[in-house]
Design a protein around this ligand. Structure first.
Ligand code: PGA
Ligand code: ZN
Length: 421
């Protein structure tokens, strides 16, 4: 079967924060269309591939993406026209070379990733396969374990919490659907508890409650309460995971916590705090516990806790195979967050996961705090063999879209071969 890309179009649309982002349409010569919409972070790592914004203060406060869309119409589209959409790595490589910069700053990582994902969708459709099977082959039948972010702090909400994400991980569930149900019931129990204490139950960017708690530790305590109130056993049925996103409260190498942990300013004290918490709460994963430049702090945290729990690099690694290779060598963490838009193409995100696998690291496929109804990462996680997925709380449609797609895939695979890392 011959397949050719006929045209590529880009459209400026909106993300879940009401900010412009980009949607691609890759049209094949047989009329099949693949689409993809690109997400956008708020607590971004400084070494991420560049998301190209117009900078025209007269439109969307400078955040328009018409330049990136223009690059798709005039540069990327004509360059990949006539190519076979199944040549994913060749197409990705061509776009990377056309851009020519290390961080995709000329064409924009948003432009390149959108086309990369839409090409994969078009090829899957044309091959008559679901996206997860097309990208992952016949062995792609394992569902990811969800990390469900039910309290939002940091730069994702106006709550008082310095730490960005307090997640629950249904470790005792035996299927993705059951894990999701555990999460929904705990989220509902948490809402009842917060309400009873007179707290507002409005939600932040990723759908977790944005609550003015007295200190960060109370976030862990109230979640443990909610797990029990929902009828589950903390640590057995449902564990905790944290993403402090520490770069956001680190300045010139010093940490600045605003709640009761104000005395903690260096990484040694922060690592000691995490150690204390891991002893007190059923925490199984800490992501970005230290800031993105604090490689030494990360290494210390991994040395202290890495044999007990998952130490995840997000801002410090930015899905970059080069940085992941360094972190593997230096024992900086033992798991990587995988955000396709941090690196800017499907092929490079796969390369990052392959590195993790080879090193015996875990990986977590992740959304962004500004996201859309696009559910690419759900299929992508299954294609990559399950692992874990981080796609927010169990409310807000841009989060639920991914969960619903995973329910659909689990049903289609008749349960698959289980789930999790
Ligand atoms: P971001 O947050 O999308 O705002 O970067 C997600 C995360 O830090 O994991
Ligand atoms: Zn993170």
């Amino acid at each position: 079967m011959t397949l050719r890309i006929e045209s590529v179009r880009a459209l400026e649309i909106l993300d879940s924060r009401g900010q412009p982002t980009i949607r691609m349409y890759v049209v094949l010569d047989n009329g099949i269309v693949g689409t993809a919409s690109v997400p956008s972070g708020a607590s971004t790592g400084k070494r991420e591939a560049l998301e190209l914004r117009d900078g025209d203060a007269g439109r969307y406060g400078g955040k328009g993406v018409l330049k990136a869309a223009g690059h798709v119409d005039t540069i990327i589209g004509p360059a990949i026209r006539g190519m076979d959409p199944r040549d994913q790595s060749k197409i990705d490589r061509l776009m990377i070379d056309l851009d020519g910069s290390p961080d995709k700053m000329y064409l924009g990582a948003n432009a390149i990733l959108g086309v990369s994902q839409a090409v994969a969708r078009a090829a899957a459709r044309a091959s008559g396969m679901p996206l997860y099977a097309y990208l992952g082959g016949v062995g792609a039948n394992r569902l990811p374990r969800p990390m469900i972010n039910i309290l939002n702090g940091g730069s994702h909400s106006d709550s008082t919490l310095d730490f960005q994400e307090f997640m629950i991980v249904p470790v005792g569930a035996d299927s993705f659907g059951e894990a999701l149900r555990y999460g929904v019931e705990t989220f509902a129990a948490l809402k009842r508890i917060l309400r009873a204490r007179g707290y507002p139950t409005n939600v932040g960017d990723e759908g977790g409650f944005a609550v003015p708690l007295d200190d960060n530790e109370e976030g862990c305590a109230v979640i443990v309460e909610a797990i029990s109130a929902a009828g589950y056993e903390p640590g057995v049925d449902i564990a905790l995971a944290l993403d402090p996103a520490a770069s956001a409260f680190c300045e010139d190498g010093a940490y600045h916590l605003t709640r009761s942990d104000q005395g903690i300013t260096d990484s040694t004290a922060l690592v000691a705090l995490f150690e204390e918490w891991v002893g007190k709460y059923p925490i199984i994963s800490i992501e970005d516990g230290l800031a993105e430049d604090d490689w030494r702090g990360f290494h210390d945290l991994t040395a202290r806790l890495g044999d007990k729990i998952q130490i995840v690099g997000d801002d410090i690694l930015v899905t970059n195979p080069g940085l992941i290779a360094r972190a593997i060598k230096e024992k900086t963490c033992n798991a990587a967050l995988i955000k396709p838009n941090q690196i800017g193409s499907v092929s490079e995100a796969i390369e990052a996961i392959q590195l993790c696998r080879k090193a015996g690291w875990a990986f977590i496929v992740s959304h962004r705090s500004g996201d859309t109804e696009d559910d690419f990462i759900a299929d992508f996680a299954v294609a990559m063999g399950g692992g874990q997925i981080k796609t927010g709380s169990v409310c807000r449609s841009e989060r639920i879209a991914k969960y619903n797609r995973l329910l659909e895939i689990e049903h289609e695979l008749d349960g698959g071969t289980g789930f999790g890392p």
